[in-house]
Design a protein around this ligand. Structure first.
Ligand code: GRF
Length: 201
């Protein structure tokens, strides 16, 4: 499976995917990393791994739809068949989401459908959650929604603050994302309506 990863920043999940793809029997290959920000740290990780990068900046386009179309062109010219969003901090047009329907997944730092959107760790703490975590899901029009492929839960500990909780969740993200990509790339995930079926589960 030829995968592109879309980022906006640090790229630690990108790194986890790069590392997983290095295993000789891993069923996916990262063909390109695309960032909407020229200063994204993750671009260095891609370069260090010898992966092509592209920076595409919203300010160079009149509107979201033309930006998203240009992104699809770049992605398809690199042979991309599947997209992993990894900290891509920009809402995608319905047209882009439809074009990549069931071929685009995202990682979100909460146990969806709880806490879509930003600032999830603080909100989980404020809600008094004892469990928190992360989800990998297919992308649908609504932000942080769509059929869930996998989730990982972590304990919320007394004395946690958003930083300590987010680093515990991030460790789980780095295990969950490659695992979910592997399931999809092996053809083990079928989307039926709003949910996923995983072969053998
Ligand atoms: C992660 O917490 C991810 O779940 C969220 O954005 C953050 C990106 O971190 N969507 P990184 O750029 O992968 O380090």
């Amino acid at each position: 499976l030829k995968v592109s990863v879309l980022i906006s920043g640090r790229g630690s999940n990108l790194q986890a995917l790069i590392d997983a793809c290095r295993a000789p029997d891993f069923p996916a290959e990262i063909v390109m990393v695309v960032s909407n920000r020229p200063d994204a740290q993750g671009l260095f990780r891609a370069q260090a791994a010898g992966i092509s990068t592209a920076v595409i900046e919203p300010r160079d386009f009149p509107d979201k739809v033309s930006f998203d179309r240009a992104m699809t062109e770049i992605l398809e010219s690199s042979g991309t068949g599947f997209i992993c969003l990894a900290g891509f901090m920009r809402l995608l047009s319905p047209e882009f989401v439809d074009h990549w329907r069931d071929r685009m997944i995202n990682i979100h730092p909460s146990l969806l459908p709880l806490f879509p959107g930003l600032d999830t760790h603080r909100r989980a703490l404020d809600a008094g959650m004892r469990l928190h975590g992360c989800s990998v899901h297919f992308v649908r029009h609504e932000m942080d929604s769509g059929p869930i492929i996998g989730q990982a839960a972590v304990a919320v500990l007394d004395g946690d603050d958003p930083d300590s909780l987010s680093s515990r969740v991030l460790e789980a993200e780095h295990l969950l994302y490659p695992w979910c990509l592997e399931l999809v790339a092996r053809g083990m995930v079928t989307v039926t309506g709003d949910t996923c079926r995983i072969a053998g589960h």
